[in-house]
Design a protein around this ligand. Structure first.
Ligand code: GDD
Ligand code: MG
Length: 360
């Protein structure tokens, strides 16, 4: 298998109000646009041709990744005029594939960080002679995902996208967002209209008796759908828990990009990333967080599990825990921001204006 389709379009992103100019796949994770990790992992698995299927902000991908040669890939870009859904997006790029009808094609969601053994998924696909093979993972609460029960041989028996009722929760195995399709199956998806691969294609294939094979792989897996998950994923890349050939430098407790400036007495731990040109003040303590390019963290600020947007400023002694600070926002000194708080892009919070009560 040498070809892949990467899905990076759709409704947009929950990160967007917080990172105005950057679509989610381009927000740096461990110092490089997140998409780089997925592309580098595909390359390492032997893929040399990737078609990027997108429907929004397409113009930001091409200037950065170009023809893909810096990653050893041949990259093509296809932009939908209107979002075609996951299945429609796959069908829409079928003409760009060079694979023969029986050859396997890798397809993956653009918002997943995983250590999936891509080669093992292909091997399973070929050994089983499947029409489609799906990477499955187990999660505690499967409701936000596609549920994929299998029989004792791993053959998929149903596909239930985002179950609504308790009766529908028949398994904790979910669609992890990476598939191997037999090329000819892609050509059976209807063209020219929106199609959901999860709600239409997979259930339809099962009804028609097609062979869908599941491969449960309990390696690292994270859906980066929320800013919080994004920060976690970035830290796990730096720590080496999530494997990627694209992490710049060696894995360790922190990643400081070359042009950043960190005071000698600042403490950076837990996979913290300090972006280009960012400035970290004396005595600041930052754990498990991502500080994007050009942001400033003043002296003795204490930050954990947070995302600090590009060009944002965090005032001295402020405490942030599980916070997301939009690009260009200013948080004054001596604030306390916790528990999922979101500060909008460019918003200004004066000195000493928020604290959390310990009364309850
Ligand atoms: N080109 C294009 N066009 N891409 C799309 C479109 C579209 O219209 N709609 C969605 N995508 C891309 C998204 O960018 C994402 O990379 C992927 O397809 C999945 O779409 P999401 O909107 O992120 O879906 P989800 O997270 O709710 O659910 C999907 O992922 C889960 C795993 O994280 C489903 O595949 C679930 O079954 C799965 O469990
Ligand atoms: Mg998603």
């Amino acid at each position: 298998m040498t070809e892949a389709i990467l899905l990076v379009g759709g409704k947009g992103t929950r990160l967007r109000p917080l990172t105005v100019n950057t679509p989610k796949p381009m927000v740096p994770a461990a110092g490089v646009p997140f998409l780089t990790h997925q592309l580098a992992r595909a390359r390492a698995a032997g893929i040399d041709h990737v078609v990027l299927a997108t429907s929004y902000l397409a113009e930001v991908f091409e200037p950065y990744f170009g023809d893909g040669s810096s990653l050893g890939l041949r990259l093509e870009y296809v932009t939908e005029e209107e979002p075609l859904g996951t299945g429609g997006a796959i069908r829409n790029v079928a003409s760009r594939l060079d694979s023969g009808p029986d050859e396997p094609v890798l397809i993956f969601n653009g918002d997943i960080l995983t250590g999936l053994d891509i080669g093992a998924l292909v091997a399973t696909h070929e050994a089983e002679g499947a029409d489609v093979s799906l990477h499955l993972t187990r999660v505690e609460d499967p409701r936000a995902f596609g549920l994929v029960p299998t029989d004792s041989t791993g053959r998929v028996t149903a596909f239930l996208e985002k179950p609504q009722t308790p009766e529908e929760i028949v398994t904790d195995q979910i669609n992890a967002g990476a598939y191997v399709f037999r090329r000819s199956v892609i050509d059976t998806i209807p063209a020219g209209r929106p199609v959901s691969v999860e709600r239409e294609t997979f259930p339809g294939l099962l009804l028609s008796g097609a062979h869908l094979q599941g491969m449960v792989d309990s390696t690292y897996w994270l859906d980066l759908g929320t800013p919080q998950a994004f920060v976690r994923g970035s830290a796990d890349l730096v720590l080496g828990r999530a494997p990627s050939p694209a992490v710049p430098g060696r894995c360790g407790d922190r990643l400081v990009l070359e042009t950043a400036s960190v005071a000698p007495g600042a403490k950076l731990t837990g996979g913290t990333v300090i972006g280009e040109g960012a400035v970290i003040g004396e005595g600041a303590r930052i754990d498990g967080s991502t500080v994007l390019a050009g942001a400033v963290v003043e002296d003795e600020a204490v930050i954990s599990d947070s995302l600090i947007g590009a060009g944002a400023r965090i005032g001295a002694r402020s405490v942030l825990d599980g916070a997301v600070i939009g690009d260009g926002a200013r948080v004054g000194a001596d604030n306390e921001l916790r528990a999922g708080v979101r500060i909008w892009c460019e918003a200004v919070l004066p000195d000493a204006s928020v604290r959390f009560s310990s009364d309850q």
